[in-house]
Design a protein around this ligand. Sequence first.
Ligand code: ZN
Length: 222
Amino acid sequence: MRRCPLCHSDNTARFFADKKRCLYHCHQCQLVFADANSHLPPSAEQQKYRLANNKQKALSRFMLELVEQCDDGHTPLLGLNFGRTLDNKTLSKINKKGHQLNQYDPSIAPWSRSLKQEYDFICCYRVFEHFRFPFKEWELLTQMLKPSGWLAICTPLLSDLDAFEKWHHKNNLTHVSFYQQATFEFLANKGAFKLLFAANGLILVQKPSGSDITRDQTSVVA
Ligand SMILES: [Zn+2]
């Protein structure tokens, strides 16, 4: 038994094992996660992460669509690109529309001042699968959203537990957390967030607009 790194439940079971690692399934939040003993050393993980940083075009498309969705035509937006770095051309397109985008890339810096602000939208493009203790990032990201702010996540959703063995996405050892649609339903319900969409690898979550949001500052990553 392993404690779930997302919802902290002990209701987990060994789910899959191959020569390289063992994975567990949480019965509460439906996360499938890699045994922490199999996590790559940080240096090896960073190297793989940098090598895999070939998603620029897709990230650019994803970001521009997100900005368009959030843009009401007259309010300047403050956004955060969490986990990757966008090319300068796309960044200047966003700036020209009057919006500002901060960027945080963990392979460059472990902590950034940009994480201490509040955002109209946050984009997490193909990074959720790399989170070893996703509770930490989920808390941080949702706290950084302004009321009614949007969190847009792109991560391949695990749609069929029975087909996990053949799912190529699991073969990359830097992928350590695998989410199902039900995982995001669980997270949204827990924080009274609106889950606007969760399919085809795209997850859109909106923070409630009321003032009934509790903030637990102790859980912010330091
Ligand atoms: Zn869980």
